[in-house]
Design a protein around this ligand. Sequence first.
Ligand SMILES: [Zn+2]
Ligand SMILES: [Zn+2]
Length: 432
Amino acid sequence: MQLIIHRGTHEIGGSCIELESKNGRIVLDIGMPLVDERGEQFDFRPYRKLSGPQLIEKNILPSVSGMYRFDDSKKSPDALLISHPHLDHFGLLHFVNPALPLYMSKGCHKLVELSYYFNEAAFDFEKIELVTPWKLFNIADFTITPYLVDHSGFDALAFLIEADGTRLFYSGDFRGHGRKHIVFDKIIKEPPENIDYLLLEGSHIEETDGDYDTEEAVELGLVELLNNKEKLYFIATSSQNIDRIVSIYRACKKTNRTFVIDPYTALILESIKSVSFAIPQHDWGNNMKVLFTDSRHTKLLQKDSILGRFEKSEVKYDDIIKDKGRYLIKDTFALRNKFDADKNLSNTSLIYSMWKGYLEDDEELRVFWAKNNVQIIHVHTSGHANVRDLKKFAEALNPGTIIPIHTFSPDKFREHFLDKVRICSDRERVNL
Ligand SMILES: [Zn+2]
Ligand SMILES: [Zn+2]
């Protein structure tokens, strides 16, 4: 088997891996980069007018022969597998030829499709294969077993891939301290055997992010804050971090607050309720309500006659203002500005429940809250494994070789995994 990591050997984001066997070729992930070559936040906009081949030349699009819409005269790969619905793993999918078979989990499919919907783009893939965790399948001469993993991205998978007598395990993005830590514990207890190569993510090989150890600790931290009935709280979080949405909902239940979401979030939660019945829904009662905001997303939902579905769960702005201590509001641009315009941000705190770096980079947001004398409290735990769990994972799988991926510090792997580590370069063709 041959391996090419097109991007990810020395960076977090934009993951793309190509595997070639005697009779087949598959691609794992087609992510949007998170950083540019100067290490600053990646911005696709300056490249929008470039052609496909120009994007390949600039190393924005991975050079995978025959994979793209503009490149369909060449022999295409046999399939593209998406590990989970984070943009740094699927963000360049719209360049891919829609005839290429696409493999992903049911939850990943739902969220990727929704992201297309909100971008008003057609999701026109012709062959979508929904994979079931732990149920193996074949593509050409590859045998693949998907493993459900614990991650802040919903319904995330790792893949065990076997071909030409070689066994490779791609960890995808994962952690051991979220709401699905049971699947992490399971793989530690019953690891796949005889792994030759482990492509191991190392987002936190050099540090851990967040003040809280586990998702449960985040929930408890929220409960402690929300018990202060004098205050109105906003919470900044990703609508697609479903573990976090569950933590917030549970904290609201325990403190008798109403988690106020926007229609966009309500639709995301509704779209994945068939994947897990434990995901809180807009119509579950007093601890979750929908506030209709004046945003582009809301207008789109109105145009498509979707908004009406959430009317029965609607909470009115004036009701929130009358009894601020009973609510926790999911922060959105439209909402915070409405509260500001009406001078309704007194005695308010913002719970920042995302990676601290986003806040540090967002000066406008910090200025907005500071201007309103709103205190910002960080309550978060990372979507990625800490060093302790990375080591546990690598020890359990006991591979012949560990190849760092999804990391800014591949060298750090050597401190923990010694001579098992093989550091690759982006676009290097490696014989396994
Ligand atoms: Zn991820
Ligand atoms: Zn990632």
